[in-house]
Design a protein around this ligand. Sequence first.
Ligand SMILES: CC(C)(COP(=O)(O)OP(=O)(O)OC[C@H]1O[C@@H](n2cnc3c(N)ncnc32)[C@H](O)[C@@H]1OP(=O)(O)O)[C@@H](O)C(=O)NCCC(=O)NCCS
Length: 162
Amino acid sequence: MDCRHIQFSMDKSKVDLWQLQALFNEAAFWARERTLEDLEIAINNSNPVVTVWDGTRMIGFCRATSDGIYRGTIWDVVIHPDYQGAGLGRKLVETALSHPLMSRVERVYLMTTHQQQFYERIGFEENKSTTMVLHNTYEMSALSVSKHSLEFQTKELDTVSV
Ligand SMILES: CC(C)(COP(=O)(O)OP(=O)(O)OC[C@H]1O[C@@H](n2cnc3c(N)ncnc32)[C@H](O)[C@@H]1OP(=O)(O)O)[C@@H](O)C(=O)NCCC(=O)NCCS
């Protein structure tokens, strides 16, 4: 496949949420049924966000979160099936890694179910020691927020009464 016309962008404002939702539904089993509203939140809170374009068609995506120095994590790496196997996935991840928020971090993490070999080709290695996960829910978040604010209010009252 001749990919010389394919373009990579790190301009978040270019992300087409409708095309992104369709790309995920087609090729990203973990990201099916994400709403446009939630995708927008994820993109606003990620940096860099990389998109891959064949003209006006968005054919690839990934995003990262980073503290800029210690830890960064890459998320939602996907290349449309019509374009896989041509080196675009590698360039997509390498573009994210080249961003100033990622290029200096000590460790870059990612989670993958089936694509270990793809990431190994790029230089990642298996890391079995980092496996904790919290399956958070809105109910749990609400509960812990109200618990914390209750504790905070109690402390404030204590301070006032002393
Ligand atoms: C994984 C994915 C992004 C790879 O993109 P791609 O454009 O097909 O990959 P590339 O052509 O850039 O491949 C880069 C290298 O990895 C190798 N590779 C790619 N996929 C591989 C696989 N599944 N198993 C083994 N090697 C693989 C390629 O052979 C190539 O090797 P090379 O260094 O010898 O040239 C793409 O297949 C995809 O979007 N899959 C569906 C979504 C997905 O699973 N994303 C990852 C979620 S963590």
